[in-house]
Design a protein around this ligand. Structure first.
Ligand code: 5AD
Ligand code: SF4
Length: 468
C-alpha cells in the first residue's frame, strides 16, 4: 500500500481555513471557547492534542465545562462497547445545551464514528450534532469547521481513504515536560476481536527523521519524558532499514536528560534485540507493556495472535534476566468466544507464573465487523463476570506484593506534580514507569529527583528524597 504523506501544500490549505475560522469568530463579542474530550487510548489523547492545536490556531481558548463552550468536540473510542455507550450518553446530554445555545457547534470524531453503522446511528439519533468526522480526515478539521460556520449545515466526513501520515499539524501539549510522539498509525494484525485495524486503517510508520527531529526538539525544549506511540511499535518501519530497536538506538543517542517509554508491544514482534537495546540504553524506560490477552494456546490461535504461551514466557524470562528491575504489565481479555473455564484457568496460571506488576483486564466485547463477532459465544455474561472477578482476585493478590522488590532501592524519579489523592505529597514516575510519592516542595516539579523507596503500595511506591 502506498503511504501518502500529508504536509506542505495540503497543510497550507488547512492553514488558510484556520485563518478563515479565525475571521469568523474574531467579530464575536467574546473569545471563542472549546470543550474537547478524548476517550480511550493514548493515541486518541495524542490526536486530541493536535485537534486542540488546530483549535488554538483558529483563535479558540479552552474551557473545562461544555456549558461554557462555543464548540464541543468528542474524540471517541471503539475498542469496547461500554466506551461507545458513554459517548452516546454524553452526546445525548448535550441536547439541552444546544437548545439553550443554538449557535454552539457539536462535533464528534475518531474511531467510533469511523464505523458506518455508528455514524448512521449518531446522525439519526442526534440531529443536533453538527459535525461527524472519521480518523482519516482529522487534519482537515479546520476545513470541516469552516464549512459549518459558512453554510450552517451539518457536515459528515468519514472517507475510507487509508494510508495517510500527516506531518506538521500544530500540537497543543498539556505538559511542559511530558509529551507523546506517535511513531506509526493503524494496525495490520487483525486480532480477531479487535476493531482497530478497521477504524484506523493499515499500518504506516512515520519517517525516522521526522520522529527523531520531533523528539530532539522536545527534549531541547525541556521535555523530560517522551512516550512513543503505536498500536504495535515492534513492527515500526515495516521491514525497512530502521526497525524499532534501531529507532530506539538512534533516539537514545540524543543528548540530554530524559526518559523514553513506548507502547504498545506485540509479543509476536517483540525481539531479544529490543530488550538488548533497553539494557544498553541511557534513556529508555525499564517498562515493558506486553499484552498477552490469554494464557490458553487454543484461544491465542482463535485470537490470531501469532504466538503461543511458550514463546511469550521465553520473552518474559529473557527480559527479566537482562533487566532485573523491569516493570512488566499486560492486557487480558476474559470471555473470548468459545473460551472454556479450562482455557480461563490457563490464563490464571500464566498470571501466577509471570507475576505482572499490573494488568489491564477486560471482558470481551463483541465488535461488529470483526471475525470474533461471527464466532459462537455460548458462555453467559454472568459466567464471564464470575471469571472476571476471579481474575481480579488473582491479579490483586500478585499486585499487592509486586512492588515490594523495589523497597530499599534508590530510584530516579521525574516529579510530575502534587499527588492526586494526597495533596501534601509530590508524585512522579520512576524509570520503570512506576508512580512514586514523596514529600517535597513545588520547585521539584518537572525535575528528576533521587528517591529512596520506603514502602510499596499495590499501585505506587512511597519514598524519601535523598539528602533532604
Ligand atoms: N473486547 C475486549 N477487550 C478488547 N481489547 C481490544 N479489543 C477488545 C474487545 N473487543 C483490549 C485488548 C487490547 C486493549 C487495548 O483492549 O486487551 O490489548
Ligand atoms: Fe488490535 Fe491486535 Fe492491532 Fe492491538 S495489535 S490494535 S489488539 S489488532
Amino acid at each position: 500500500m502506498a503511504i501518502r504523506n500529508i504536509g506542505g501544500e495540503e497543510l497550507e490549505e488547512q492553514r488558510l481555513f484556520m485563518q478563515r475560522v479565525r475571521a469568523v469568530t474574531h467579530v464575536w463579542d467574546h473569545k471563542p471557547l472549546a470543550y474537547t474530550h478524548s476517550y480511550g487510548c493514548q493515541q486518541n489523547v495524542s490526536d486530541s492534542e493536535k485537534l486542540d492545536g488546530m483549535l488554538e490556531k483558529m483563535g479558540f481558548g479552552f474551557t473545562d465545562t461544555p456549558e461554557k463552550a462555543d464548540l464541543v468536540l468528542y474524540n471517541t473510542c471503539a475498542v469496547r462497547e461500554n466506551a461507545e455507550n458513554r459517548v452516546f450518553g454524553n452526546v445525548g446530554a448535550l441536547k439541552v445545551l444546544k437548545r439553550r445555545s443554538p449557535d454552539m457547534v457539536i462535533a464528534v470524531c475518531g474511531c467510533m464514528v469511523q464505523q458506518e453503522h455508528i455514524a448512521e446511528r449518531m446522525k439519526q439519533r442526534f440531529p443536533y450534532v453538527d459535525l461527524i468526522f472519521g480518523t482519516h480526515v482529522m487534519h482537515k478539521f479546520p476545513e470541516l469547521l469552516y464549512s459549518i460556520y459558512e453554510k450552517r449545515e451539518r457536515v459528515i466526513s468519514i472517507p475510507e481513504c487509508d494510508g495517510v501520515v500527516a506531518e506538521g499539524i500544530p500540537v497543543r501539549r498539556t505538559s511542559g515536560f511530558r509529551a507523546s510522539v506517535p511513531i506509526m498509525y493503524g494496525c495490520n494484525n487483525y486480532c480477531t476481536y479487535c476493531i482497530v485495524p478497521k477504524v484506523r486503517g493499515r499500518e504506516r510508520s512515520r519517517e525516522p527523521e521526522a520522529v527523531i527531529s520531533e523528539v530532539r526538539e522536545l527534549t531541547e525544549g525541556g521535555c523530560k519524558e517522551i512516550l512513543l506511540l503505536g498500536q504495535n511499535v515492534n513492527s515500526y518501519g515495516n521491514g525497512s532499514e530502521v526497525s524499532f530497536p534501531e529507532l530506539l538506538r538512534r533516539l537514545d543517542a540524543l543528548e540530554g536528560d530524559f526518559v523514553i517509554s513506548f507502547m504498545t508491544s506485540h509479543p509476536k514482534d517483540c525481539s531479544h534485540e529490543l530488550i538488548d537495546v533497553i539494557v544498553d540504553s541511557r534513556h529508555i524506560s525499564h517498562h515493558l507493556h506486553l499484552p498477552v490477552q490469554s494464557g490458553s494456546d487454543r484461544i491465542l490461535k482463535l485470537m490470531n495472535r501469532h504466538y503461543d504461551t511458550a514463546r511469550y514466557l521465553e520473552l518474559v524470562d529473557y527480559a527479566r534476566s537482562r533487566i532485573e528491575d523491569i516493570q512488566l504489565t499486560t492486557d487480558i481479555i476474559v470471555g473470548f468466544p468459545g473460551e472454556t473455564y479450562e482455557d480461563f484457568t490457563k490464563t490464571l496460571d500464566l498470571m501466577r507464573r509471570v507475576k505482572y506488576d499490573s494488568a489491564f483486564t477486560f471482558i470481551y466485547s463483541k465488535r461488529a465487523g470483526t471475525k470474533a463477532a461471527e464466532m459462537d459465544d455460548p458462555i453467559s455474561d454472568e459466567e464471564k463476570g464470575r471469571w472476571f472477578r476471579e481474575l481480579l482476585d488473582v491479579q490483586g493478590a500478585i499486585g499487592e506484593k509486586a512492588y515490594e522488590r523495589y523497597v530499599g532501592r534508590t530510584m530516579r524519579v521525574l516529579c510530575e506534580g502534587r499527588g492526586r489523592t494526597d495533596e501534601t505529597l509530590l508524585t512522579g514516575k520512576s524509570r520503570q514507569n512506576i508512580i512514586v510519592d514523596f514529600a517535597g516542595s513545588d520547585d521539584l516539579i518537572g525535575k528528576f529527583v533521587d528517591i529512596k523507596i520506603t514502602k510499596a503500595l499495590p499501585w505506587a511506591l512511597v519514598g524519601k528524597q535523598c539528602n533532604s
